[in-house]
Design a protein around this ligand. Structure first.
Ligand SMILES: NC(=O)c1ccc[n+]([C@@H]2O[C@H](COP(=O)([O-])OP(=O)(O)OC[C@H]3O[C@@H](n4cnc5c(N)ncnc54)[C@H](OP(=O)(O)O)[C@@H]3O)[C@@H](O)[C@H]2O)c1
Length: 86
């Protein structure tokens, strides 16, 4: 299976990435990140893209995948309700 992963630099995403790299059923991982920062690996490719609210520019590169892990986000830990709201 081919996997797309968002948030690979975060705590949750790093765990998902590690498991995908170890899993023989995952043949490749495409990580969508804001900055180049991931380790080199034969199974791993990255797309650098800043605005996840608009994927139009990379849309054609996101087809043909069997799973998508959307692990990005901001933790609510320690935040007041007003701050957490968009
Ligand atoms: N940690 C937990 O135990 C836990 C449990 C349940 C749910 N969650 C949820 O899982 C999500 C991730 O949590 P985490 O602990 O992994 O957080 P984290 O370590 O702070 O990582 C956040 C990730 O999201 C990316 N990100 C944040 N804002 C972004 C934006 N505007 N555009 C693109 N990428 C953005 C970061 O990318 P950069 O590296 O580019 O900043 C990073 O990859 C959150 O929604 C959190 O509420 C976490």
């Amino acid at each position: 299976m081919k996997v797309v992963l968002f948030g690979a630099t975060g705590m949750v995403g790093q765990g998902a990435l590690r498991e995908c790299l170890l899993d023989p059923d995952v043949e490749s991982i495409l990580a969508v990140v804001r900055n180049a920062s991931l380790p080199q690996h034969d199974k791993l490719r990255e797309i650098i893209h800043q605005d996840v609210s608009d994927l139009a520019a990379i849309e054609d590169r996101l087809s043909g995948y069997g799973a998508c892990f959307f692990c990005l986000g901001v933790s609510s830990i320690g935040m007041k309700e007003e701050t957490y709201r968009p």
